[in-house]
Design a protein around this ligand. Structure first.
Ligand code: E4P
Length: 216
């Protein structure tokens, strides 16, 4: 399974990338706006820091504008993937971009049907939003699991990026459901390798070793 970082914060990306855990990065307009820096500058810096795919989202809602932005943004670095919203105009753009060899990540996917449409249009990735579905008492995990089943059954090569991931259980459950990728916020990532029993276990081992050394 691959792990992407769902952040545009370069310090967070560098810290976790040093552990060999970052296979890619996803951003969106909200994430970019938090950094208060130039969009192009941020995407270029992330793309140089991380070898894997880096998603940069278009702002246009019209097909022509999306394609224009996609062509511009995809030239910033060879690993840039263009994030396109799940709309009719978006699907049209994805179809054209796939024919031009430009990789796309279709975002804001909330049903298996939407994911299927995106895959059929030629999307490289689809991003089902787990947390936002759970927020409205729907079932984000069932969406990921359903997408994986239909993609496998019909041989789609489109990869599933589980997005809007809010907690460790989300990561564990999408892994079990066969999500190809989980994109994880920078503040959640460290929790994946932490456990209070690990910390108290280390403290106890250190204390016992100190006593053993003292009484030699
Ligand atoms: C990533 O591709 C998504 O944009 C992101 O995970 C959305 O997360 P949120 O629902 O917490 O804003």
């Amino acid at each position: 399974m691959k792990f992407f970082l769902d952040t545009a914060n370069i310090e967070e990306i560098k810290r976790i990338n040093e552990l060999g855990l970052v296979d890619g990065v996803t951003t969106n307009p909200t994430i970019i706006s938090k950094e208060g820096r130039d969009f192009e500058e941020v995407i270029k810096e992330i793309s140089q820091t991380v070898k894997g795919p880096v998603s940069a989202e278009v702002i246009s809602l019209e097909t022509e504008g999306m394609i224009e932005e996609a062509e511009r943004v995809s030239k910033w670095a060879s690993n840039v993937v263009v994030k396109i919203p799940m709309t009719e105009n978006g699907l049209r753009a994805v179809h054209i971009l796939s024919q031009k060899g430009i990789k796309t990540n279709v975002t804001l996917v909330f049903t298996v049907a939407q994911g299927l449409m995106a895959a059929k249009s030629g999307a490289t990735y689809v991003s089902p939003f787990l947390g936002r579905l759970d927020d409205i008492s729907s079932d984000g995990l069932a969406l990921v699991s359903g997408l994986r089943q239909v993609f496998d059954r019909f041989g789609f090569e489109t990869e599933i990026i589980s997005a809007s991931v809010r907690n460790i259980q989300h990561v564990e459950k999408v892994a079990l459901a066969g999500s190809h990728i989980a994109t994880i916020p920078g503040n959640l990532f460290p929790k994946l390798w932490s456990h209070p029993l690990t910390d108290s276990g280390i403290a106890a081992f250190m204390k016992d070793w100190e006593n053993f050394e003292k009484n030699k």
